[in-house]
Design a protein around this ligand. Sequence first.
Ligand code: PAZ
Length: 345
Amino acid sequence: MDSHIPSPPTRRLSTGERENAIDRTIPLFPPAVEIDEHNYFDNNDPPEYLESMISGVQEFVKFHINNRVVLVTSGGTTVPLENQTVRFIDNFSAGTRGATSAEYFLENGYAVIFLHRQFSLLPYSRHYSHSTNCFLDFMEEKNGKVVVDPKYQEEMLSVLRKYQAAKDKNLLLLLPFTTINQYLHTLRALSVTLQPLRSRALFYLAAAVSDFFVPLHRIPEHKIQSKAGGNKLLMNLDPVPKFLHRLVEKWAPGAMIISFKLETDSSILLSKARQALERYSHQLVIGNLLQTRKTEVVFVEPDAPAHWIRLTPGQEAAGVDIESLIIPAIVKRHTVWIKESGNSA
Ligand code: PAZ
């Protein structure tokens, strides 16, 4: 054995002790109330582009005033650690759930506002843009020109037609976010803008939203420096206010609201989903586990037993999207919601 190999550092690195991890048994933060809303939005500036983004949304809502419109949120929010951001904390989500769901909502006659993490997967282009699905692999050279490989012609034509139809009929509005602050400001402004649609508006909140953040007044302007001696970086994060109840009660009264609950421990999924439903008083929580999210989800709604939606092994092997089962089940519920509210469409 080589006696010159230095012994592993023992003091400077975290030992990863379990007692330092976030305790998942502690009760959830209380839902945000009016004062929390003021505190957050008065002290964390809106993104500069928000006004012009919202005027685009107003046009879209006017255009679809008699149609069903779904707001799909997708991808993870970031928490910047510096104002001129080099480092940030991220939330897991590739955007597959959101992008795939948006396609099935379009197929079911909805206009879609797609509020997504910038550079995450988008409806239609998702089929060809992921690193495991590079668009170049679908191309070939023929007589000095780039053409689609005949093997993929049929599939690509079908995707292209749906994409073009969504564009031509002005059915898809893409709005990006990156940080938790951009997401929250945009979500609030959007919700208010969708109010004229009343119960025809559907919120499908699939984005993975940060639970902790650094408030504006504590974010350093420049890149955090590491010092000689390898000091630890201690982070002091505030809880992100839970605005879902404000959304249900104040920002989007009358709309149907669906949130997602992601867990990794199957023994707590159902209770966490039920807890969220009771706390925020919305219409549906869709629970999913990180490990199985592409093959099973559970619907948790008021006064009903939990309802699992699962792909059969045959559907899984055939590459069926679970969203092709989720969205029709939601459309049915939304139809009832609209009828019961006395609205049409
Ligand atoms: O984007 P993706 O398909 O990789 O993941 C989707 C998901 C698991 C983030 C989504 O289904 C979800 O559960 N969103 C809510 C996450 C949360 O509990 O905050």
